[in-house]
Design a protein around this ligand. Sequence first.
Ligand SMILES: O=C(O)CCC(=O)C(=O)O
Length: 290
Amino acid sequence: MILSDSQREFYTENGYLILEKVICDTTLNNIRMKIDQFIERSRKAGKSNPVLDLDAAHTPDQPCVRRIKDPHIQDTLFYKLSRCDEIIDPVAELLGGTVRFDHSKLNFKPPHGNAVIQWHQDWGFYPHTNDDMLAVGIMIEDCTRANGPMLVIPGSHRGPVYNHHHNGEFSGGIHPDDLGHLVDDAVECVAPAGSISLHHVRTLHASGNNCSNTCRPLLLFSYMAVDAFPIFERYEIEEFDSRIIRGTPTLAGRMETLPFRIAQPRRKGADSIFDDQAMLSRQISAGIRS
Ligand SMILES: O=C(O)CCC(=O)C(=O)O
């Protein structure tokens, strides 16, 4: 056992867990160097592409990258990290022993930029036959109260599945009116660089603006138990099973009685949570309730 009883109980009760200083400084420095290379490359990109999600404010002189998409595909450093024991050991314990990799992203929160991520549950994006699923957030730099750390609502993974649709389309977020005073319970995931957060697929989470002078990168890897099968997605079984990290392939899914909604229809051209949430964010700022 890697996790203590109290850590496992904390996750079961609260739907998240923070483990401090899991990733060593050498790996962090290698990741920082890779990030610099991607940012350098972004200067030549006029608009978002299959690798980079660019903010509207992005220019060659002042790069403003919101996300590196699928970093585990872009570079072996990220691929190896997504499968390293330091991460997979605690993930396996929390998922019941088996682990299938799902996807990755590297989010940036630029200093003093407008980069709020509205409240959401990852379950709203990709429901499965059971919810033994979680995301790991790797803090490449210190996550502090000032730089827009991820916020979670403890215990929300045991609560309702919220509506992520507005104006007849998937909006990737929840209107704060639907959450009411629940947001008063939000906890900031703050910890030094190299720490990881693990949050359950139904845990309500969000993040605010970065009020510091430096960028806040957060690398996210998502995993699920081998017997959790996606609903309303088509996969090839060979590719699906090539992502098993712990456990053996099975065609026998485990079904739990859980509410879900399909993340469709998507906004035209929406390629990330930033695009999905754009309309909702504008409506929330303008005080409009759809
Ligand atoms: O980057 C963040 O602060 C949170 C990201 C997140 O929740 C997501 O991309 O789904």
